[in-house]
Design a protein around this ligand. Sequence first.
Ligand code: ATP
Ligand code: MG
Length: 464
Amino acid sequence: MVLYGSMRVINKFLGRFKKDKSSLNGVGNSTVYQGEPLITPRSEHNISRSMINKSALQVLYGLKDAGFEAYLVGGCVRDLLLGYEPKDFDVATNASPEQVNTVFRRSRLIGRRFKLVHVRFGRDIIEVATFRAPPKKSDSHVDEQGRIVRDNVYGTLEQDAWRRDFTINALYYSISDFSIIDYTGGMDDLKAGQIRLIGNVETRYREDPVRILRAIRFVGKLGLKLDAETERLIPVLANLLTDIPAARLFDEILKLFLSGQGLTTYELLTHYDVFSALFPQTGELLHHEYNGFPRVLLANALANTDSRIAEGKPVTPAFLFAALLWEPVRQRWAYHQQKIPAIPALQKAAGEIIESQVERVAIPRRFTVVTKDIWVMQVRLGQRRGKRAFRVLSHPKFRAAYDFLLLRSESGEQELTELAAWWTRFQEETIEEQQNMVNSIAPAGNDKKRPRRRHRKKPEAKSE
Ligand code: ATP
Ligand code: MG
């Protein structure tokens, strides 16, 4: 960790940042206001301009030159202080979205819930947000559960800091003197390695329950610990997540599982009783696990995904959801197979489980179609006689389905070990050898040749 000592420096900023304290009463409890910010000058922190994305610097200077205040804020400041490479660079300013839009030619206004400006430089997009005031309970910005529904009231830098989620996400890097401005105690928390919600923890989780997922994601990603109250209320309030729109949860779930620390994040989600709020069908089965199933399959799938991400290989959400929902599908499939053949039984089970899951998490159809393919291919991989193995091999989803078969065989379904090894070899052999492999399969179970359907002869056309 590359954190340099900081101290309370009373400098020229102070006068400018002293603002009306009463305006902060909307944030959690009213005692959070501490007055003057902690200002860490350039000489006492490690962020240099060479670490900052060029486009972000251009935005900061563009705003400054146009007479506005401009700061880097959020994850990028936090990550730079911790010595990590930031994922993206966000800018906060006192310019209104419309003013930002006029400063930068290649910019556009976006967002419904939050109005933001995207400034484009080649392939980079820098998000610029105007300082926002915290929501107030007294007006219609908050619904009956305490959830924020609108948040477009512009405010001061100080107000903007207090309405953010965690103290370590509320640090501002100033482009005017390269200092870091901290109203909420984020610098001390970073040094102590702790993630703490700003203000009254229960109020802040209720305002936006996605903060529960964000807290867990940051533990996984940054390896920091949760402050006691921020931690204690997670299992207590996890159920609030069921009110979050399914489309937003889908985005959050991809961030949770496809950011490189999926396994740790999954363990934290189950540890804090949050997993079941996201995947109720799988969560239910985790309580009755049998031979470590489905925990082992999920853990193995996420460990594979993490190492693929570390190696820079692509990962698909379809495979992730295939693993996350496999156990409920497998059990439902067994149930349907009592009445109908394997493939239609699996298709039926897949349809039911996915239909129920998308009510909670809006997985787009382009992914669920592939997820179902991966599952149905599990039956086809067992049917190898005649031309079938060759047909399966040329299926566009063969690779994903084969990987899934390997995953199952390594995660408790030992009866699949031989089949998985057969497919591993089959892919490496010459055509002749592949044919020999197919010929030497004894007809059994699924592999039994289907009885040939007798084609009724068409009645011959009568000749005139
Ligand atoms: P990363 O980008 O590494 O995932 P981040 O903290 O930058 O982490 P973003 O989603 O990019 O996360 O959000 C940028 C900043 O916006 C956050 O650091 C935080 O200050 C603020 N923010 C994001 N989501 C919320 C929220 N739900 N409630 C309050 N503030 C939020
Ligand atoms: Mg970010």
